[in-house]
Design a binder for this molecule. Structure first.
Ligand SMILES: Nc1ncnc2c1ncn2[C@@H]1O[C@H](COP(=O)(O)OP(=O)(O)O)[C@@H](O)[C@H]1O
Ligand SMILES: [Mg+2]
Length: 263
């Protein structure tokens, strides 16, 4: 059996007295499109921050293709083929879309300017021309090539999210972690984004782990598997059908949602 792309084992993160992530374990396989869902504040972004090396976990282990990456820096993890987006999209507003794609997001490289520049210049050492081709290819895959020369400051919220996803696709990563890429995005565009991501997974064999807080929405978006978190823990994981039928999920989540709809 091949190693999973990502293996999270008993991940725990405490902030002072608060246990934000409590012994979370799950895997993402090659070419898998996995949803990570749960109510606000249940520890989804913190899980991403630990996986991508931005935060040091309190305990637990994270492996990528069988390699222990728990102690690596964000840039080292990125060099192994994992990229991520953040819940709050932060584009370079004074740059065009295509320029934004060619410059990686600052946070993944920390705040050290020298390190940041080195990372930009040495990103798998592709030439400027190759990176430009990569950037256009990402926009094509997301079906927004016409946005290439728009200024980031002119984009809508949904369009900014799309550019952010495109940026995470630069350098042919093997695993994308997307933190609520469709939050605040209008329904039709949100569905189109999920559809494009599904196609990208099918066509390239890349793996995607995507955070979404809307359970009802993600159940209908064609992901392979869903990891449901609640209060820092994994409540259950399974296919959308299994999640839909799970009594614990219905009680913790769908039950409450169902009630609101009836009102
Ligand atoms: N850097 C931090 N310092 C202190 N508490 C934090 C920090 N980041 C997140 N938290 C807390 O951890 C919990 C989980 O937050 P988060 O992972 O952002 O949840 P989610 O992404 O599921 O909405 C929340 O109670 C949040 O306030
Ligand atoms: Mg979050």
């Amino acid at each position: 059996m091949t190693e999973p792309v990502l293996k999270v084992q008993s991940l725990r993160k405490e902030f002072g007295g608060l246990i934000a992530v409590k012994d979370v374990s799950f895997e993402v396989g090659e070419g898998e499109f996995v949803g990570l869902i749960g109510p606000n504040g249940c520890g989804k972004s913190t899980t991403f921050n630990c996986i991508s090396g931005l935060l040091e976990q309190t305990s637990g282990k994270i492996e990528m293709f069988g390699e222990d990456i728990s102690e690596l820096r964000p840039d080292q993890i990125q060099n192994r083929g994992m990229t991520r987006t953040f819940q709050h999209t932060n584009l370079w507003r004074e740059m065009t879309v295509i320029e934004n794609l060619m410059v990686p997001p600052r946070k993944q490289f920390g705040t050290n300017a020298k390190e940041f520049l080195k990372a930009i210049l040495s990103r798998n050492n592709p030439s400027e021309r190759e990176r430009l081709m990569d950037a256009y290819h990402a926009l094509d895959q997301l079906e927004v090539p016409h946005m290439a020369h728009n200024l980031a400051s002119e984009l809508s919220g949904g369009q900014s999210k799309l550019v952010d996803i495109g940026r995470s696709m630069m350098g042919s990563p093997k695993l994308l972690l997307l933190d609520e890429p469709v939050a605040g995005v209008a329904g039709p565009l949100a569905m189109k984004i999920f559809n494009n991501l599904r196609n990208i997974v099918n066509e390239t064999g890349i793996s995607i782990l995507i955070i979404e807080h809307n359970m009802d929405f993600i159940l209908r978006q064609g992901v392979d598997r869903i990891v449901v978190m609640n209060e820092g823990e994994v409540l259950m994981q399974g296919t959308p059908d299994e999640v839909r039928a799970n009594q614990k999920v219905i009680e913790a989540y769908l039950g409450a949602a169902g009630k609101t709809e009836e009102e």
